[in-house]
Design a protein around this ligand. Structure first.
Ligand code: TXA
Ligand code: MG
Length: 352
């Protein structure tokens, strides 16, 4: 299959290009498209054969359900059995935007889309080009992140091409994404609501909107948690991993810097090529084969925006090991730390 790449304006999308993409979706094909978080790999959510192609193209385990993207609240309501007051409040406050709600699925949603669960994850994305694509397709769009399963999520069309060239019909290229980490996933079928995956909408903002909301234990996990029944099957699969082995160093700032350099030196002595994932404040203090910065520790939004791109760049540098500094788990930092810990396979070292 030949994969076509089509540039499109993210704020004023060219309608002929959107229509060409929508035509592919309507016919059961696969289109990678930008959202405000990361690029998604889309298919008609109500067409089981089309959704099956997503799993094949990504090598995605069949029990990992897919988020359904909608262009309106009404569309979300049709896909769900009921929308509790809590969910309405979240839609009012955060939609369109990087927030995904897990609700009881209506009979309209094929089981392959929900990975066999009786719930469905719905999200109304906050980018004009995405909303235009959904509206023109005339169907909700099922879309996981547009990477091969297990790889860092794509924040540019080029990342999508690296992973999926020849496996999908079209990539819509609207430049780098703004948020850089995926949406926050909140389960509203439990009481109190639970955050299954931290993401673009910070926990602090959800707490100020809902009376009660909890972090699922897996979000804060420092090691693999055995899940009897993973509510978010994505929780149990390896994720976000570059080719290099990742080590995360957590603790006080100064202790982190000392430990990171010590680990880098140790591994380089054994002949390994080592990359260090630093921050603006610490970058100049390191020596390694490759040192890259997430940006200032005071600007965790930029850390989120840069994370996946940097993990891919370390692979281009061909490093064997990435030693990564932890950032504070506040605001978007919680999503960054969740991705880093998973990317490391919970290879976490405490520095103090
Ligand atoms: O920002 C995003 O959310 C991006 C863009 C493309 O919208 N999408 C994305 O999709 O990150 P994906 O498939 O990479 O991650 C979806 C997560 C997975 O952890 C999955 O297990 C969980 O959402 N999920 C999907 N449906 C669910 C359901 N019914 N119940 C619980 N978790 C669900
Ligand atoms: Mg993903």
């Amino acid at each position: 299959m030949r994969t076509v790449i089509l540039k499109v304006n993210r704020e004023e999308p060219e309608i002929d290009r959107i229509r060409a993409a929508a035509e592919i979706i309507r016919k059961g094909g696969l289109v990678a498209f930008p959202t405000e978080t990361v690029y998604g790999l889309g298919a008609d959510a109500l067409n089981p054969e089309a959704v099956a192609r997503i799993y094949t193209a990504k090598n995605r385990p069949p029990d990992n359900p897919i988020i359904v993207h909608v262009a309106s609240r009404d569309e979300a309501c049709r896909l769900t059995e009921e929308v509790p007051a809590n969910a309405r409040k979240l839609m009012d406050t955060f939609w369109p935007g990087p927030l995904t709600l897990v609700l009881k699925a209506s009979g309209l949603v094929p089981r392959i889309t929900t990975g066999g669960l009786d719930t469905v994850a719905v999200r109304m994305p906050g980018l004009k080009v995405t909303l235009a694509l959904i509206a023109e397709s005339g169907a909700p769009i099922a879309a996981p992140s547009a990477n091969l399963a297990g790889r860092p999520s794509p924040t540019t069309a080029e990342h999508v091409r690296q992973d999926l060239d020849g496996r999908i019909d079209l990539i819509l290229d609207a430049g780098p994404t703004k948020v850089g980490v995926e949406s926050t996933v909140v389960d509203l079928t439990v009481d109190p609501p639970q955050i299954l995956r931290p993401g673009g909408v910070p926990y602090e903002e959800l707490k100020s909107t809902l009376d009660r909301v909890e972090l699922h234990p897996v979000v804060l996990a420092e090691r693999e948690i055995p899940l009897v029944q993973a509510r978010s099957p994505g929780m149990k699969h390896r994720h976000y991993a570059p080719n290099a082995k990742v080590i995360v160093v957590e603790g006080r700032m100064d202790a982190i810097v000392t430990k990171v350099q010590e680990l880098a030196d140790q591994h380089r002595k054994t002949g390994k090529s080592v990359g260090i994932l630093a921050t603006g404040e610490t970058e100049s203090r390191y020596r390694a084969d490759s040192v890259r910065s997430l940006g200032s520790r005071r600007d965790l939004a930029s850390a989120a925006k840069n994370l996946f791109k940097l993990l891919r760049e370390f692979d281009e540098d061909k490093v064997d090991i990435i030693v990564a500094e932890a950032v504070p788990p506040e605001g978007l930092g919680l999503a960054v730390m969740n991705r880093l810990r998973k990317a490391s396979g919970f290879n976490i070292i405490r520095a103090d």
